[in-house]
Design a protein around this ligand. Structure first.
Ligand code: BG6
Length: 472
C-alpha cells in the first residue's frame, strides 16, 4: 500500500491502557470489601499474594496522574463487585461506592474518560457458595449489581464493558481461578455452557439496563478475540479452524450482537449432550440487547489442525488463555512456526491483529475498542530505569497494523494496551510485567511500591501526543 493511502487515527481516538481490580488494587480486606473467588483461591506456586499487588487502591491518585502525564484519553479499569456488594447481593457498601467515585472523578479531572469493566474474573466468594454462575439466580445477581453501578456512576461514566473475557472463563476458567463446577457434576461441559449461558443472559440484561438508565452511555462486551488460522491448506485443517473460531470467538460476539447461538457451536454442544437450558424469557432477553461497540482483548492469533477422534485428551494439560488445547474429532493446537514468542511462550503476531480487526468488523460492523494488547516480560529495574525496547517494539508493530486496519475501513474507537501499571498476572505472578509504569515489588516480598517510568512510558507519551503518527 502506498503511504498516501494510510488513513489517520480518528481525532477523538481513545488512547489509554487497562488494569483489573483484583490484579492491581490489593487492599483485599479494607473498607468493607468482601472476598472474591480470587482472594480465596489457591495461588500458583511462587506467585505474589493478591493482598497488596500494586496497591493501586492506595496509589490510584499517583497512578492516574502518571497516566495523565502520558496523555491518556481513557483509563480502562474494573470495579470489584465485592467492594460494592460484599456478599454479591444485599447491602451496598458505601465505602466501595466512595472509592470508585474518587477514581472516576480523578480521571475526569484530567479529562481521562473512564472505561469501566463491570466484571473481571472476580466473582464474589459468597455467590460461589450459592452455586456461582450455575445458579439461574446469577442472572439476577449480575443485573442487580449492574443497576447499582449505573445508579451510582452512570452520570459520569460514558463507556462500560460488561464481562472481561467471558470466552476465557468458559474455556480455561480453572487456569484463571474461576468457574466453579458443583461437585458431582456428571457432564462438566454441559454445566460449563450452562454457566456461560447465564452469563450471556446477564450481559444482555445489563446492556438493556444501561441503555435505559444511562441514555448517553455506551456499552459493549470484552472477550479475548484471536483469529484462528488453519495449520495447512488441508480441507480438514480449514474445518478445524472454523470450528475453533466459532467456539473461541464467534459464539460470544454473535450472541452479544445478534442474540443468537452460533450454529457450529450449537451443533458441537448437541454432539456432547451439552446444550444449555433456556429459562422462559431468555431468548427475548438475548435478542433485545444491542452493544454500541465491540471491545476485545488481543494478544496473538491461534493456529489449529485437525485432531483425530482417537487423540488422547491430556494434551489439554498445558493449555492457557492463548492456546487452543484439543478437542478430538475437531481441532488441536498447532505451534505456528512463522511466529516469534515472548519470554513466556506467547506467540507474537501483529499482522494477525490486522486480520482479526478486519474479520471482527466484517462480521459485526460496530466500532472497535481494543481493551487489552501487550507483552509480558521479566523487566529489570536498574538505577531507577527500565529499558523495555521489546515492549515498545511489540506495541509499535501492533499500532502500525491497527492503522493499516483503519485504512482498510475498520472503524476504531480506541486502544488500551495491557497494562497501565505493573500488576499480578492471572497465573504467572508479578514477575510477568506488562506495565508502562514499573511497580517496585516482587513475587517473593512486597517492595517499596515506588513507581518508575519505563522507557515505554516516554515512548507511548509521544505516540499519544502525535495521535499515533510518531512511533519511533
Ligand atoms: C487477559 C486478562 O487474559 O490477559 C488479564 O484479561 C490478564 O486479566 C492478561 O492479566 C494477560 O494474561 P496473563 O496470564 O499474562 O496475566
Amino acid at each position: 500500500m502506498k503511504d498516501t493511502n494510510l488513513k489517520q487515527f480518528p481525532k477523538n481516538f481513545l488512547w489509554g491502557a487497562s488494569t483489573s481490580a483484583y490484579q492491581c488494587e490489593g487492599a483485599v480486606n479494607e473498607d468493607g470489601k468482601g472476598p472474591s473467588c480470587q482472594d480465596v483461591k489457591e495461588l500458583p506456586a511462587g506467585t505474589a499474594s493478591l493482598d497488596v499487588t500494586a496497591d493501586h487502591y492506595h496509589h490510584y491518585k499517583e497512578d492516574i496522574a502518571l497516566m495523565a502525564e502520558m496523555g491518556f484519553k481513557t483509563y480502562r479499569f474494573s470495579i470489584a463487585w465485592t467492594r460494592i456488594l460484599p456478599n454479591g447481593d444485599g447491602e451496598v457498601n458505601q465505602a466501595g461506592i466512595d472509592h470508585y467515585n474518587d477514581v472516576i472523578n480523578t480521571c475526569l479531572e484530567y479529562n481521562i474518560e473512564p472505561l469501566v469493566t463491570m466484571f473481571h474474573f472476580d466473582m464474589p466468594a459468597a455467590l460461589d457458595h450459592r452455586g456461582s454462575w450455575s445458579n439461574p439466580d446469577s442472572v439476577k445477581w449480575f443485573e442487580n449489581y449492574a443497576k447499582v453501578l449505573f445508579e451510582n456512576f452512570g452520570d459520569r461514566v460514558k463507556y462500560w464493558l460488561t464481562i472481561n473475557e467471558q470466552n476465557m472463563l468458559t474455556l480455561v476458567g480453572p487456569v484463571i481461578g474461576t468457574m466453579m463446577i458443583p461437585e458431582g457434576t456428571e457432564n462438566v461441559l454441559k454445566e460449563t455452557y450452562q454457566q456461560n449461558h447465564h452469563m450471556l443472559v446477564a450481559q444482555a440484561k445489563a446492556m438493556v439496563l444501561c441503555h435505559k438508565m444511562c441514555p448517553n452511555a455506551k456499552i459493549g462486551p470484552a472477550p479475548n478475540i484471536s483469529y484462528v488460522y488453519a495449520a495447512s491448506c488441508k480441507p480438514e485443517d480449514m474445518l478445524a479452524a472454523e470450528e475453533f473460531n466459532a467456539i473461541r470467538n464467534w459464539l460470544y460476539l454473535d450472541m452479544a450482537v445478534y442474540g443468537r447461538y452460533n450454529n457450529l457451536v450449537w451443533r458441537y454442544l448437541e454432539e456432547h449432550d451439552a446444550t444449555p437450558t433456556f429459562a422462559p424469557g431468555d431468548k427475548e432477553a438475548l435478542e433485545a440487547a444491542h452493544p454500541d461497540f465491540i471491545g476485545f482483548n488481543y494478544y496473538n492469533t491461534t493456529t489449529v489442525e485437525y485432531a483425530p477422534k482417537d487423540l488422547k485428551k491430556d494434551v489439554n494439560d498445558k493449555m492457557d488463555q492463548q492456546k487452543g488445547g484439543a478437542e478430538p474429532g475437531y481441532f488441536m493446537n498447532f505451534k505456528n512456526p512463522n511466529l516469534p514468542t515472548t519470554e513466556f511462550g506467547w506467540e507474537i503476531d501483529p499482522i494477525g491483529f490486522r486480520v482479526t480487526l478486519r474479520e471482527v468488523y466484517d462480521r459485526y460492523h460496530l466500532p472497535i475498542v481494543i481493551t487489552e494488547n501487550g507483552l509480558g516480560a521479566y523487566d529489570q529495574l536498574e538505577d531507577g530505569q527500565v529499558h523495555d525496547p521489546y515492549r515498545i517494539n511489540y506495541l509499535r508493530q501492533h499500532i502500525t497494523q491497527m492503522r493499516l486496519a483503519i485504512s482498510d475501513g475498520v472503524e476504531m474507537m480506541g486502544y488500551c494496551p495491557w497494562s497501565a501499571i505493573d500488576l499480578v498476572s492471572t497465573h504467572e505472578g508479578i514477575r510477568k510485567r506488562y506495565g508502562f509504569i514499573y511497580v517496585d515489588t516482587t513475587d517473593e516480598e512486597v517492595g517499596s511500591l515506588k513507581r518508575y517510568k519505563k522507557d515505554s512510558f516516554y515512548w507511548y507519551k509521544k505516540v499519544i501526543a502525535s495521535n499515533g503518527e510518531d512511533l519511533d
